[in-house]
Design a protein around this ligand. Structure first.
Ligand code: ADP
Ligand code: ZN
Length: 732
């Protein structure tokens, strides 16, 4: 394996290559003519195929030298840096992920191995075609959705579902522009000296601490805590500026793509140009360019989703994790990692600073700050005249409501008062769709998904039942699939769509907008809706979790939480933390402007300790009480946990295997860990696969990963069965 020497040239005849193929070892190849750099991206033959790989070091030559094949070519991109190799290796060790899977994460640039030919790219033109067809409409709609970004011919044809000739036809009419691919163009220069806003004393002090840390050039993590609207973003933009002045790169991670366009505008206002973007809404062509430019240093700032952590930065000096407590930083598919933790790992390897920003930090980060591992900066007040909203409970036991109604008379009156003054109200419910349950009134049968252990959720917007686990949809049946009774199926419980219906009836003259992630076919439509709300063209916003995250609606002064108890049900140990974060976050939407806001929580248990903590705003007290409980239970962050998820289409097989694994738990018991289970996983069946979970609880400071590897390594995994290890699971 390579040393940590930065630019190490291999003159050896043989090189060891890590490929993206699922083989957990390095393969020897003959070096290309004239040798190559360690870390070079190469194309190598593997069986009958050509695959992508990275030269990991010098080859060992312990095979028959005559059979060793030649590297096909070295790709025209910057070699992987030694610190990136180190990062991938340590991330692999931490998450118990095979190296090829890590390399796949790090080479997510589509077409990385395509020859760097001068491809053409296509973007929106100014003319309208003389004759409009459905196919042409689809092409133009795709280009519009991506707001001016460019596609290759193949990508655009695929996205729009048309043949390339349709696009060529539009080019002929000037409706689509054909240009040379800008893949090697650096991004426009971001100017750190343009100067930001004049900071308040609190903000200025925090910014100075961060600048100082960045000038030091070493690793460090800072928890930047402050209520929504206190100026955390302004402060960390100062840290970005300082990083750019030191000629290093900065990465800002956001939890939700819907937030990026607002944020990009802010960066542009602060630094005079747009940064690079990296998330699923970015076209292939742009991603290819970003990947390359990040490696060459031609992208100073990247704004992105968690996978941006695996970009090949030339010299990364700062990672910001905004809304660091957000669940979406945990990748729950494929490689199971938490981007917040991986950001800290990556920064510690490359000598960068990490800023974890949140109004409601995760208990992990709070505890790390308490323990002195992280620096902690607090912004105490909201910026300007804005103050935290007044928080009150609406005791639902005292409200009279007809059945299938969820907006209490008290909440209704409060909303009316606000809209009469020309202000906005937000009604929050954390449930997508129309109703969470469809039930037969004759036999009590609930309609479930055929492939998952989950109820189907009615979506009137799509006119279908949808499984939120696997995405399967079916029409709402007329007769009960269980007893055959006709017209007895009823929607039970509220979802965001049903709440909209109720609000329309209660507030007939109000302009109502509904925001739910599944209601927008495109990022652009969502952006448009958010802009309309921000500009004040709406009286009542009805939304799911999507609205809790970071949008700035200046006229919004009232938040009504329809069901504050929702997250407190169930046995999840993080339930209290999550509910606390979500409620504080949602409440923070109110009163970001001059008018004092209010947040009203509808609850059936106003005396519940979590509800009381939310209302009193005693955050420090809440964290301390929550920390005491977790410490007592020996669970994260005061102990280690890991989940082993086993799944198979065959229920018997998966239970038998899990039981066998549980019997052979000596390697984990040896480090003082306990094994719980096997038990059905939190969702016991997804896409037809039965899922069983074993939970491992270990004391802090033991070599958990090594013991887990030894443990599961004892058994051969049968065909059909899948095993995945989830270090630090979200629910336990
Ligand atoms: P947070 O990230 O903590 O939610 P922001 O940085 O987004 O807070 O600040 C909230 C709003 O207040 C933004 O519109 C921001 O531009 C404005 N703001 C914050 N601090 C200042 C300042 N010192 N001068 C001018 N505007 C500010
Ligand atoms: Zn399903």
């Amino acid at each position: 394996m390579s040393s940590s020497c930065k630019d190490f040239f291999i003159e050896n005849e043989l090189v060891a290559v890590l490929t993206t193929q699922p083989l957990d070892r390095l393969l020897d190849y003959r070096a290309p003519e004239g040798g190559c750099h360690a870390g070079a991206f190469v194309e190598v033959p593997l069986g009958p195929r050509k695959v992508l790989g990275v030269v990991w070091g010098a080859g060992r030559g312990d095979f028959d030298i005559a059979k060793i094949r030649q590297v096909i070519r070295v790709l025209d991109v910057a070699p992987m840096r030694a610190e990136m190799q180190d990062f991938l290796r340590r991330a692999a060790d931490y998450t118990l992920t095979p190296m090829p899977a890590m390399l796949r994460l790090a080479t997510r640039a589509p077409g990385l191995s395509n020859p760097p030919s001068m491809q053409k790219i296509y973007r929106h033109g100014r003319m309208m075609p003389a004759r409009m067809t459905d196919a042409r409409k689809r092409v133009l709609a795709v280009l519009e959705d991506y707001g001016g970004l460019a596609f290759t011919l193949g990508e655009l044809a695929e996205q729009a579902g048309v043949t390339p000739s349709v696009i060529k036809g539009l080019v002929g009419q000037g409706a689509v522009l054909e240009e040379d691919c800008p893949r090697d163009l650096p991004f426009p220069w971001l100017d750190p000296d343009r100067g930001g806003k004049a900071l308040t004393e609190d903000q200025a002090n925090a910014a100075e601490v961060l600048r100082d840390a960045i000038r030091g050039g070493d690793y460090g993590t800072t928890l930047l805590r402050g209520v929504t609207g206190s100026g955390k973003t302004e402060v960390y933009l100062e840290a970005v500026a300082e990083t750019l002045k030191g000629r290093r790169q900065a990465l800002v991670l956001l939890p939700e793509i819907a937030l990026t366009s607002e944020f990009i505008t802010r960066i542009e206002a602060r630094f005079g140009a747009k940064p690079a973007e990296w998330h699923s809404g970015v076209t292939m062509t742009e991603r290819r360019r970003t990947w390359k430019m990040v490696g060459e240093g031609g992208a100073q700032v990247v704004v992105g989703a968690r996978s941006a952590l695996f970009l090949p930065f030339r010299d990364l000096g700062l990672i910001v994790v905004d809304e660091e407590h957000d669940n979406s930083y945990k990748q729950e598919d494929g490689v199971l990692y938490n981007a917040r933790d991986m950001a800290v790992l990556r920064a510690s390897i490359c000598g960068a600073q990490v800023v974890l920003a949140s109004a409601t930090p995760s208990l992990e980060s709070w505890a790390n700050a308490e323990a002195g591992k992280y620096r902690r900066l607090d912004l105490k007040a909201r910026f300007g005249p804005a103050v935290m909203p007044e928080m009150r409970a609406i005791d639902m036991r005292c409200e009279t409501l007809p059945s299938s109604r969820w907006i209490s008379p008290s909440l209704q009156a409060a909303v009316n008062a606000r809209i009469a003054r020309g202000e906005q109200a937000l009604l929050f419910i954390n449930r997508r769709g129309y109703a969470p349950v469809t039930l037969c009134r004759a036999c009590g049968h609930q309609i479930g998904c055929d492939h998952c252990d989950a109820r189907m959720v009615e979506h009137r917007f799509q006119k279908r039942l949808v499984c939120h686990q696997c995405g399967e949809t079916k029409p709402v049946p007329q007769t009960c699939p269980s007893c055959g009774a006709e017209d007895r199926l009823a929607a039970v419980g509220p979802g965001v769509e049903r709440l909209t219906e109720e609000a329309q009836a209660l507030f007939p003259d109000a302009r109502i907008a509904t925001l739910s992630s599944d209601m927008f076919g495109s990022a652009r439509a969502l952006k448009e809706q958010i802009r309309e709300i921000a500009e004040g063209d709406t009286d009542i916003v009805i939304g799911t979790q999507l609205v809790a995250k970071g949008h700035n609606f200046p006229r919004l002064t009232l938040v009504g939480v329809i069901d504050a108890d929702l997250g407190l049900q169930g046995s999840d140990l993080r339930a209290a933390e999550r509910t606390f974060q979500l409620m504080r976050q949602v409440a923070g939407r109110a009163g970001r402007a001059e008018a004092r806001g209010a947040a009203l929580l509808q609850t059936f248990q106003p005396e519940h300790p979590v509800i009381r903590a939310i209302l009193s705003g005693n955050e420090e007290g809440f964290w301390r009480a929550e920390a005491d409980e977790r410490r007592h239970a020996g669970v994260p962050p005061f102990g280690r946990m890991a989940g082993i998820i086993l799944s198979s289409p065959d229920a018997q097989q998966v239970f038998d295997f899990a039981a066998e694994l549980a019997r052979r738990d000596a390697p984990v018991r040896a480090i003082g860990a306990q094994v719980f289970g096997p038990a059905p996983a939190p969702i016991a069946r997804i896409r037809g696969r039965h899922r069983v979970r074993l939970l491992v609880k270990a004391p802090k400071g033991v070599a958990l990963q090594g013991a887990l590897a030894k443990w599961v390594g004892q058994l051969k995994i049968p065909a059909q069965l899948r095993l995945s290890i989830d270090i630090d699971p979200q629910s336990f």
